[in-house]
Design a protein around this ligand. Structure first.
Ligand code: IYR
Length: 222
């Protein structure tokens, strides 16, 4: 199977068990500090950092290595305002009519409502687009595979890289998200997946007092 000449040697970097215990613990401790932030400072940061983060996201595995994603980086105040206006319109409908009473109850601890200033305040808005399919050179449709799984994994890498860089984000889903495709003028094969403000928190920001499930609540041993 591996006789194909397009295979190359891996030369993996490996560690002792002790080193792996230490590395995995340190990574867990670092990631356990990650928090979603809804209130941002307008302070910007070099775009190179975000580009490194997007390159990291794109190292994610994907179905048949199709990398079915585009990361739209928005800094234009005009476009941010358009996105905020359209997102708030949908969210007003969500909070006042579409969401069930139990859903609204579940969201109470997070203090969310339909007003979304972070869309205009955060220095960068990243709109992640998933590619349901691709276009070939003759305009023919080419299949992608496990697109939701692939893009979800890439966004996981993205959030981890943001935290590692010392930046903050929010995975925002202003549903339905069709307006993003229109405002950003994206092609027919792309669908909005998530809207992610990236930046630094506002001064004295407070976050909900959440607890994470313990290991024995999320693991089953066989
Ligand atoms: N999209 C809405 C509502 C919302 C839904 C869930 I589930 C959340 O975890 C948080 C918010 C909003 O962004 O306000």
């Amino acid at each position: 199977m591996q006789s194909d000449s397009s295979f190359i040697p891996l030369n993996p970097k490996t560690y002792s068990n002790e080193e792996m215990v230490e590395r995995s613990r340190l990574y867990y401790e670092q990631m356990d500090q990650r928090r979603s932030v809804r209130e941002y400072s307008d302070q910007s940061f070099p775009v190179e950092i975000l580009e490194n983060i997007i390159k990291t996201a794109s190292t994610a595995p994907s179905g048949a290595h199709k990398q079915p994603w585009t990361f739209c980086v928005v800094t234009s105040s005009e476009i941010k305002s358009k996105i905020r206006e359209a997102a708030e319109e949908e969210e007003l409908e969500n909070y006042s009519r579409r969401m069930s009473d139990s859903w609204l109850e579940d969201l109470k601890p997070f203090g969310t409502d339909h007003i979304k200033p972070f869309i205009e305040v955060a220095p960068y808005i990243v709109v992640v687009m998933k590619h349901s399919y691709e276009f070939g050179d003759e305009g023919e449709k080419l299949q992608n595979y496990y697109v939701n799984e692939s893009v979800g994994i890439a966004v996981g890498f993205f959030l981890s890289a943001i935290h590692n860089a010392g930046l903050f984000a929010l995975t925002h889903t202003p549903s339905p998200m069709r307006f993003l495709k229109k405002i950003l003028n994206r092609p027919e094969n792309e669908q909005p997946y998530l809207l992610i403000p990236v930046g630094l928190p506002s001064d004295n920001v407070r976050v909900p007092d959440i607890k994470r499930k313990g290991l024995e609540e999320i693991i089953e041993r066989y």
